[in-house]
Design a protein around this ligand. Structure first.
Ligand code: ZN
Ligand code: ZN
Length: 174
């Protein structure tokens, strides 16, 4: 199956594994770990609110390291978020760009804007974050989905939440 990525020529999964092995367990400072855990808790609580806001039925995919099919695609797309930020290709709200530590962020597959989870930033960038009429294509395979369009799917890795619109075929997990 053809799959869409922001950076198809970069295998972010391989990069992720390499960096993780290179860093080892002991390299993360306790402060960073605590901030990361706080951000993770914040992201988890935001998922419920997002489900309510989107109105559409929502599937939530918990992501682990070894994935196949659509889970693998979601994981690779999640890993493209920090990569895009580092490249300057994805733009964050000021809190994401200036943040001294890990904060929870929301990314949507159809936009290169990401935001922290404050209501203020969510509202400020709503135009860039909300799906527009032309986004009737599946974010993974590109297939056109008849109304009401792709179904919203959310995946979370660490403190990053990704929302993507998927066609019924992709949702089945193949
Ligand atoms: Zn912000
Ligand atoms: Zn699809």
């Amino acid at each position: 199956m053809k799959e869409s990525y922001l950076y198809p020529h970069i295998d972010t999964l391989a990069l992720f594994e390499a960096v993780r092995q290179g860093l080892g367990e002991g390299s993360v400072s306790p402060t960073w770990r605590e901030q990361s855990e706080a951000a993770l808790a914040e992201a988890s609580s935001m998922l419920g609110l997002l489900s309510a806001l989107s109105g559409a039925p929502v599937s939530i995919h918990p992501i682990t390291a070894q994935e196949e099919g659509v889970q693998r695609w979601l994981l690779r797309r999640l890993l493209e978020v920090p990569l895009g930020l580092a490249l300057g290709d994805i733009r964050g709200c000021e809190h994401v760009e200036m943040g001294a530590g890990p904060i929870a962020v929301l990314a949507v597959a159809w936009s290169r804007r990401i935001v922290c989870l404050s209501r203020e930033c969510f509202e400020r960038y709503l135009e860039e974050l909300r799906p527009h009429g032309e986004e009737m294509a599946c974010d993974r395979c590109g297939a056109q989905v008849p109304p009401p369009g792709p179904r919203m799917t959310m995946a979370q890795l660490g403190h990053t939440i990704l929302v993507a619109g998927l066609c019924p075929e992709c949702l089945k997990g193949g």
